[in-house]
Write a protein that binds this ligand. Structure first.
Ligand code: ZN
Length: 224
C-alpha cells in the first residue's frame, strides 16, 4: 500500500542500513517540489498531497520520490527504496530521488531549515551505497528545467554533504554481527573502498582476545 512515514535522522540511518534494496544504486538525484513551495508546506499533509497527485493525476503507483524533506527539517519516507522511483526520466532504475519541499527558484536556501537534514540524509545514502559526493546529481542535469531551483548550487551541496559524511564518520558507527544481529561498537568505516574496524572491539565481541605484542613481521596475535 502506498503510504508515507516520518522518521528521525537516527531512524533513517538505522532503517537504511537494514533495508534490502535489491537494485544497484549509482546516484542520488535531488529535486525541489517547486509546487508546493516552502510557505505552502503543511507537514505530512503536503507529502500526502504530492503522493495523491502523483497517483491520481500522473497515474503512478506511489509517490515518485523516495524521500521528501520539509522546510522544518522533517524527513518523510515515501516510495520504498527497493522500487525504482518516478522522478527523473530515463534515470530512475539506479537512482534514489529526494525532494526538498521548496521552490528554490524563489525560496532562499540560506533561510530554508530543511537543508541540514537533506545533507544528513544524502550523507547516509552515500555511505550506505558506498558512493562519492560526485554521485549527487541535480535533476536539471538531466532535464530542461531548473530543478532543484536556480538558487541551489550543486558544488556547494556536494561539499555540505561531504562535511556531513565526515561528521558522521567522526562518531563511532556500529557493526552488526550475524547471526543473532548483535551490534558491536568498533568504529566501522569505509576508506578508499576498504572496510576498516577497530580490531580489539570486534575480536572481543567474538570471544577472542588481542595480544598487545606485535611481532617482528608485524603480525598481531589473537587467542580464545
Ligand atoms: Zn526534479
Amino acid at each position: 500500500m502506498a503510504t508515507e512515514r516520518e522518521v528521525t535522522i537516527e531512524q533513517f540511518r538505522e532503517q537504511l542500513w537494514e533495508a534490502k534494496v535489491g537494485r544497484r544504486i549509482d546516484e542520488v538525484v535531488v529535486h525541489h517540489t517547486w509546487r508546493p513551495s516552502a510557505s505552502e508546506y503543511r507537514g505530512i499533509e503536503t507529502v500526502r498531497g504530492v503522493r495523491r497527485y502523483h497517483m491520481g493525476v500522473r497515474g503512478w503507483s506511489d509517490n515518485g520520490y523516495h524521500i521528501m524533506i520539509g522546510p522544518d527539517g522533517r524527513v518523510f519516507l515515501c516510495r520504498p527504496l527497493h522500487r525504482a522511483g518516478a522522478h527523473t526520466a530515463g534515470r530512475n532504475a539506479h537512482t534514489i530521488g529526494l525532494a526538498l519541499i521548496a521552490n528554490f527558484d524563489c525560496d532562499d536556501p540560506e533561510t530554508y531549515g530543511g537543508l541540514p537534514a537533506a545533507h544528513q540524509v544524502v550523507a547516509a545514502l552515500l555511505k550506505r551505497f558506498d558512493l562519492r559526493p560526485r554521485a549527487i546529481r541535480f535533476h536539471r542535469e538531466f532535464a530542461p528545467k531548473t530543478c532543484p531551483g536556480l538558487k541551489l548550487r550543486l558544488p556547494e551541496f556536494r561539499d555540505d554533504v561531504a562535511d556531513a559524511v565526515a561528521s558522521v564518520d567522526g562518531g563511532r558507527p556500529k557493526i552488526v554481527l550475524l547471526p543473532g544481529s548483535e551490534t558491536v561498537d568498533c568504529n566501522a568505516r569505509v576508506e578508499e573502498g576498504v572496510t576498516r574496524v577497530d580490531l580489539r572491539a570486534l575480536a572481543e565481541a567474538l570471544g577472542w582476545s588481542v595480544h598487545d605484542h606485535i611481532d617482528d613481521q608485524g603480525k598481531v596475535y589473537l587467542s580464545r
